[in-house]
Design a protein. Structure first.
Length: 68
């Protein structure tokens, strides 16, 4: 995200860093923050919670999500 934004002369401000993807929907619902997530996770979260989903303002590389 940072590299893609920098190419457009933009930057982001990180307000919260969460250790688990599963905690992100509640953090977004209870704040005015946004989150950038892999689309597969976004679709799953949006099916369960009243989240608004937008495309990012920049083209991002694919992210591989693994479970350990």
């Amino acid at each position: 995200m940072d590299q893609a934004l920098a190419k457009q002369g933009r930057a982001r401000t990180v307000q919260v860093a969460l250790p688990y993807f599963s905690s992100i929907p509640l953090a977004v619902l209870e704040t005015d923050c946004v989150a950038t997530l892999p689309s597969r996770l976004v679709r799953a979260f949006a099916a369960r919670w009243p989240l608004r989903v937008f495309k990012p303002p920049v083209t991002l590389n694919a992210v591989e999500v693994r479970q350990v």
